[in-house]
Design a binder for this molecule. Structure first.
Ligand code: PLP
Length: 429
């Protein structure tokens, strides 16, 4: 019963993120984890949990991966962290050159931060300053309804998931919102974008979007054609485009980066989460020479991009990121993921027998369906708790149940998830 003692000690001192702490009293158990390995988390009382969501979408190769562990251990005895202004180190130089070689040739310079929201702040600030340095007057950002870009003030402003931002509305940045596309249905969104551009063109700094999947927005999967058309439209009208690939970068949607499926290249590309395999916080905003050059000037012109975080460019995080890229080049992860994705899709089809399972969808290594027809808006919470009892770590988004597993998931584990979900959903029928 070590778990119970740890829970009491935790609740005495800690305020957890993205949590109504009141829920921990009865609705949601807090689970102390002793260790994690591969697909599993292990608690102190001998229970194990299959991580169906890559622990907030970060551990793309599972937990305690032997190769990433080894590379991290090698790095720790050489250099753990240094100030990244005026100094540099090998892991970050290697990482940057590898990223640039993986990306479209229009993207050529890496600016680092240490988490997803900070990368969004960087992109927003950089886009705004780029406009200022070109004498443009724009001061508004354009984003999609139902978007999620993080929870710092700038990131919240361009996001649209009510629960995170309601109370902060009065202190947020001014934004314009475009109706979100859904599936192949995007004409309405595109025409709303056209209308906004027509009447607000000169006020808009940048359009920010999560290409292909609005993840925290209940895994809303939408057409690459929308991303293509919307990006073209903005860029032709002198509006910067920011792709937030924080959740979908590094193979999640079926290509290394989601933009590759859309036939367009953004002006700013934000990456984080999977970049370090879920080991250490790291994020990067990648831009092209044109943007870089707007900030490149004699010191006296005060154009430097003065944005920094103490942990920017952490050498340990970069060593993990290099190990992650090694894993991508050692095996054909993208091709393997395609097969895994097909197997997930086939295995989950049986869930259609439940009339309340709606809108089943998949995009690469993200699978989702919605629970509809229940009065309880927290029905997903019941699935979460029932999953835990049966050894599954699911973390539904409202009543959207989804899988976003590490790429190392096996067929047996997928079948086990399908059977367990069947068992859980049959208790609702
Ligand atoms: C698309 C997207 N953007 C930004 C963020 C924010 O990243 P972080 O939680 O590291 O601040 C998230 C986090 O879930 C995300 O999914």
């Amino acid at each position: 019963m070590q778990n119970n003692a740890l829970i009491l000690e935790d609740l005495k001192y800690i305020w957890h993120p993205c949590t109504q702490m009141h829920d921990h009293l009865e609705k949601i158990p807090l689970i102390p984890i002793e260790r994690a390995n591969g697909m599993y988390l292990y608690d102190f009382d001998g229970n194990k949990y299959l991580d169906c969501i890559s622990s907030w979408w970060v551990n793309i190769f599972g937990h305690s991966h032997p190769y990433i562990n080894q590379k991290l251990k090698e790095q720790i005895d050489k250099l753990e962290h240094i100030i990244f202004a005026g100094f540099t180190h090998k892991p970050i130089i290697e990482l940057s050159s590898r990223l640039i070689n993986l990306l479209d040739s229009k993207l050529s310079k890496c600016f680092y931060a240490d988490n997803g929201s900070s990368a969004i702040e960087v992109a927003l600030k950089m886009a705004y300053a780029s406009c200022v340095y070109q004498g443009k007057k724009g001061n508004k950002f354009l984003s999609l309804e139902n978007a999620y870009h993080g929870e710092t003030i700038g990131a919240l402003s361009v996001g649209d998931v009510g629960i995170y931002k309601e109370v902060y509305e009065p202190i947020l940045l001014q934004t314009l919102k475009v109706k979100e596309p859904k599936g192949e249905d995007f004409e309405e969104s595109l025409s709303s974008l056209r209308e906004i551009i027509k009447s607000h063109k000169d006020e808009i700094v940048a359009f920010i979007l999560e290409p292909l999947i609005q993840c925290a927005g209940n895994m809303n999967m939408y057409s690459a054609n929308f991303v293509y058309e919307a990006t073209k439209l903005c860029q032709e009208n002198g509006i910067y485009v920011i792709f937030d690939e924080i959740a979908v970068g590094f193979g999640r949607t079926g290509s290394m980066f989601a933009y590759e499926q859309c036939g367009v290249v953004p002006d700013f590309l934000c990456l984080s989460k999977g970049i370090s395999g879920g080991y250490l916080p790291l994020s990067v905003v990648v831009v092209g020479e044109e943007i870089y050059n707007l900030f490149y000037a004699p010191y006296e012109e005060h154009r430097a991009f003065l944005h920094s975080h103490s942990y920017t460019g952490n050498a340990l995080a970069c060593a993990c990121a290099n190990a992650v890229l090694d894993l991508f080049s050692k095996e054909d992860v993208i091709t393997n993921n395609k097969k895994t994705s097909e197997y997930i899709w086939e295995s989950m089809q049986e869930l259609r027998r439940f009339s309340f399972v709606k809108n089943m969808r998949i995009c690469g290594m993200v699978f989702a369906f919605d629970l509809e027809g229940f009065d309880n808006v927290r029905k997903g919470l019941e699935v979460f708790n029932a999953g835990l009892k049966r050894g599954l770590l699911l973390r539904p988004l409202g009543n959207t149940i989804y899988l976003m597993p590490p790429y190392i998931i096996t067929k047996e584990q997928i079948s086990h998830i399908a059977n367990t979900l069947k068992e859980i959903l049959s208790t609702f029928a």
